[in-house]
Design a protein around this ligand. Structure first.
Ligand code: EPU
Length: 337
């Protein structure tokens, strides 16, 4: 394992903002983590675990240790109608989806084209188009920083909920995920609960879709709505969709009859942050080097040389304006560093 000094992070964050790491460790095996944590000087510094960099916004250089999880490898084993697929934390999420689609393993196809790494996927329980990671998650292996041991977490232990897990709350900063195992199926039941999927299948004249059809359609929908981080820096949805009590929702709906909403469990309603941001007039607006995406106001973009602080300040203006119009406080989904 090599430790480098003053490493640029520009290509390691999908926002593409300029920032550097004082120290940088590229981790390609679990043993590397053990070696790294034997170095008391390095591991006493502030640290940041980085996967695909698709959910971070750097507001300056990181004066500490960046641990880049780059552990590769995919294996699968069959058990009846199920397939257990295990992937290294450093695998690119969409490469894994493609691997599963190619092998006809069902379950991941709705999560096609999400940027980021496999190891980061459980942390915020990634989700899209009617499926969340928790629906296909079986277990993960993680390095326990305090003991230097490898621990396996089951689905229940991860305490998944909307864009959340135990790794973002009680166990924040305590574990580093090195491998994730997914429970997929040989039996394919398409999930077309997200209306646009069915519409696009109909448009293509596909009546009995296969796994690849759903993956293709989801990819098509994503490309039409979301900017490609390879072309325009962004980190997907910048804010979470807020979940509010039903009583507050009823009040809001009387003022805004068209307010987009979804059930979110007993007594709660989830609102579409993108809709609210658009209603405040922000959709497609540019401000200096930053702005919101023209087809999806929930996505903040780097039009060129935006700094992290510029994007952060812009996001604060959006939060203020949504709060004054709807009395709802948006929470950032992206980690601000
Ligand atoms: N909407 C607007 N204007 C906008 C954006 C959205 O009116 O500018 C409306 C849409 O018309 C729709 C509703 O808001 O009625 C929801 O929009 P959409 O289906 O595009 O999804 P979203 O709620 O904005 C969430 C996820 C996305 C995921 C999509 C599809 C969050 C924070 N975001 O976005 O995930 O791809 O659903 O399932 O939950 C991500 O997390 O980075 C991400 C892209």
């Amino acid at each position: 394992m090599t430790i480098e000094e003053n490493v640029s992070l520009k290509n390691l964050n999908t926002f593409g903002v300029a920032a550097s790491a004082r120290w940088f460790a590229d981790i390609t095996t679990e043993e590397h983590l053990k070696e790294l944590f034997a170095d008391k000087h390095l591991t006493s510094l502030p640290r940041l675990v980085l996967g695909g960099g698709s959910n971070v916004l750097f507001t300056g250089d990181f004066d500490g240790l960046v641990i880049h999880i780059n552990i590769k490898g995919v294996q699968h084993r069959n058990e009846g109608d199920h397939i257990y697929v295990s992937a290294g934390g450093g695998e690119v999420w969409n490469d894994l989806v493609n691997y599963c689609v190619k092998h006809q393993f069902a379950g991941m196809e709705n999560l096609s084209l999400i940027p980021g790494s496999v190891g980061a996927s459980p942390v915020q329980n990634i989700g899209a188009y009617g499926v969340e990671l928790m629906d296909i998650f079986h277990s993960c292996r993680a390095f326990e920083i305090a003991s230097g041991e490898m621990i396996t977490f089951t689905r229940e232990q991860c305490k998944f909920s909307y864009r959340d897990s135990i790794f973002k709350s009680a166990y924040k900063g305590l574990y580093i995920i090195t491998e994730v195992t997914f429970k997929l199926s040989r039996i394919f039941k398409p999930n077309v609960s997200y209306g646009a999927i069915q519409q696009e299948l109909d448009k293509r004249g596909i009546r009995v879709p296969g796994i690849k059809d759903v993956s293709d359609v989801v990819s098509h929908i994503r490309v039409s709505k979301l900017p490609d981080p390879g072309m325009i820096g962004n980190a997907g949805s910048f804010f979470k969709n807020p979940i509010i009590p039903v009583a507050k929702f009823i009040q809001l709906q009387s003022n805004f009859p068209d307010i987009v909403n979804y059930p979110a469990g007993e007594g709660f309603i989830k609102l579409a942050a993108g809709w609210m941001i658009e209603q405040c007039g922000w959709k497609g607006k540019a401000s200096g080097n930053t702005g919101t995406w023209k087809n999806q106001a929930l996505v903040l973009v780097n039009h060129g040389n935006a700094t992290g602080n510029e994007i952060l300040n812009f996001s604060s203006q959006i939060i203020d304006s949504v709060r004054s119009k709807f009395d709802v406080t948006l929470e950032r989904e992206v980690n601000i560093i």
